[in-house]
Design a protein around this ligand. Structure first.
Ligand code: SAJ
Length: 447
């Protein structure tokens, strides 16, 4: 085995120099063809690379073979239909790739502990096909330390090859804003960290060959890992701040939305965030736990970040409390009440249920004995009703849990004609004045 490893390494040195001398690589492979990996592979193809993809979800692969990917933007769908992307059933073809991008999810378990199984599985797959001169890039969001303490040891132990001397290795945390037409995968600036200067140069030049946005080199893998968890924890903390203000100002009868609008007139050092029924998605409510856990393993307790998570996780319950208080005003208990839940997705005009506060609201309503009718036009398969009217008909109150454009246009008449006079607007997306003037017991979050 030792002799084989030495031969590998000698071959690797030659390979790395050959690659550097002979210009850009030709073949890019992506492991994980979700809303991060698939757009990335399409951009690589558009930049002239041959592209191949691997995904552990066989149903998703079958859909991709039909060029079906609902999580792509309209523009990306057009690109995908023309794509020559080869979907590898035989993963040994990964050996042929010059660059392999890991774009697998990094969720948390129910106890908020990071779940690195997808990353470990993908690392083992890469290790089984790792060859000298390849560039391995981790796009999955991970906490500082995961590249050096989890991924690289798997690659080394299973291939005998070392990052930096035998192959190139870098981390470029994904930055995607689903539903955002302005900031797209092409133009969002990126940061890249690497195991060594040559890997950094190689990875940065790859991204510059496929992206329009700036590529900022970091001084280490850990710095690049830290950038992503810090930027998303920053957002989580700021949302928790306004959510705490919302619960306070509800008691003080101050309209927080107006206060935020007022504070936003300050042209510097105020960044508006908005209260709501909770924080969902694959990033904001998840990434902080990766840093909280890793820091705790290294003897530091992130009290502030943990408190922010606690406040944001409480918002679905707070929203149900507001409904219960409104029902009490008409002497109706929540238990047994029929409630319309409008919106299931975590984000406006996006069909995505991951960590969605709407699901936590539904669970809390059911736990407290309510009868729930759920409707989300973007997630029909999880809606209990087929349309808005059927959802509202015969209910005692409604909660807006997602600020879809379709819901923002709702008018009081739709509710009044069904006798619904209680609305909790979990995303503050309706006109408070219009609904109050129509005699509806309207309550937003913080207003
Ligand atoms: N939310 C609030 N108040 C706010 C902003 C968001 O309650 O002021 C809630 C949303 O309703 C949602 C959750 O937080 O449930 C997350 O919203 P988001 O706008 O942050 O959307 P995401 O999850 O798609 O976050 C992505 C992230 N992108 C990456 O991780 C690469 C995040 O870093 C971006 O900051 C975010 O988009 C963005 O700016 O929109």
């Amino acid at each position: 085995m030792q002799q084989k490893i030495i031969q590998h390494q000698e071959q690797a040195h030659k390979q790395i120099h050959r690659d550097e001398r002979h210009g850009k690589p030709r073949r890019v492979a992506v492991i994980g063809l979700g809303y991060v990996g698939l757009p990335l592979v399409l951009l690589s193809e558009e930049a002239g690379y041959q592209v191949m993809g691997v995904d552990s979800d066989t149903a998703k692969v079958e859909a991709l073979k039909q060029r079906i990917a609902p999580y792509l933007s309209a523009k990306e769908q057009v690109r995908f239909r023309k794509s020559k992307l080869s979907l590898l059933s035989d993963t040994s073809y990964l050996k042929n790739a010059d660059i392999i991008l890991m774009c697998v999810p990094t969720p948390v378990y129910d106890n908020h502990e990071p779940n690195l199984e997808p990353v470990k599985e993908a690392s083992r797959l890469i290790a089984a096909n790792l060859r000298a001169g390849q560039l391995i890039i981790i796009e999955s969001t991970v906490n500082p330390g995961v590249c050096e303490e989890v991924i690289l040891p798997i690659l080394k132990s299973r291939s005998g090859l070392s990052a930096g001397s035998d192959y190139f290795f870098a981390h470029c945390p994904e930055r995607i804003n689903p539903g955002d037409e302005k900031w797209t995968i092409s133009n969002i600036p990126r940061v890249v960290g690497a195991a060594d200067p040559r890997s950094l140069r190689y990875a940065a030049s790859f991204y510059r060959s496929i992206l329009d946005g700036d590529v900022h080199p970091m001084r280490s893998l850990k710095e690049a890992e830290a950038v992503k968890v810090v930027e998303n924890s920053f957002r989580d903390i700021n949302i928790a701040f306004v959510n705490e203000l919302a619960m306070s100002f509800d008691r003080l009868r101050i309209d927080l939305l107006n206060v935020i609008r007022g504070a936003s007139t300050k042209p510097f050092s105020f960044l508006p965030h908005y209260p709501g029924c909770g924080v969902g998605g694959h990033c904001i409510p998840v990434d902080p736990y990766y840093l909280i856990t890793y820091a705790a393993q290294n003897g530091f307790t992130h009290r502030f970040m943990s408190l922010a998570r606690e406040i944001n996780n409480k918002m679905p319950h707070y929203t149900v409390d507001l409904l219960a208080a409104a029902l009490k005003r008409i002497h109706r208990p929540l238990s047994g009440a029929r409630i319309a839940l409008l919106g299931l997705s975590y984000k406006k005009d996006v069909p995505d249920l991951r960590e969605s506060p709407a699901l936590a609201i539904k669970e809390e309503l059911l736990r407290r004995g309510a009868i729930v009718r759920a409707y989300d036009p973007l997630v029909p398969e999880h809606s209990t009703e087929k349309n808005l009217e059927r959802t509202i008909a015969g209910t005692h109150g409604a909660i807006i849990a997602t600020d879809h454009t379709a819901f923002e246009k709702l008018q009081p008449e739709l509710f009044l004609r069904e006798g619904v006079t209680i609305i909790i607007d979990g995303k503050n997306c309706l006109s408070k004045e219009t609904f109050l003037a129509a005699g509806i017991d309207y309550k937003g979050i913080g207003r």
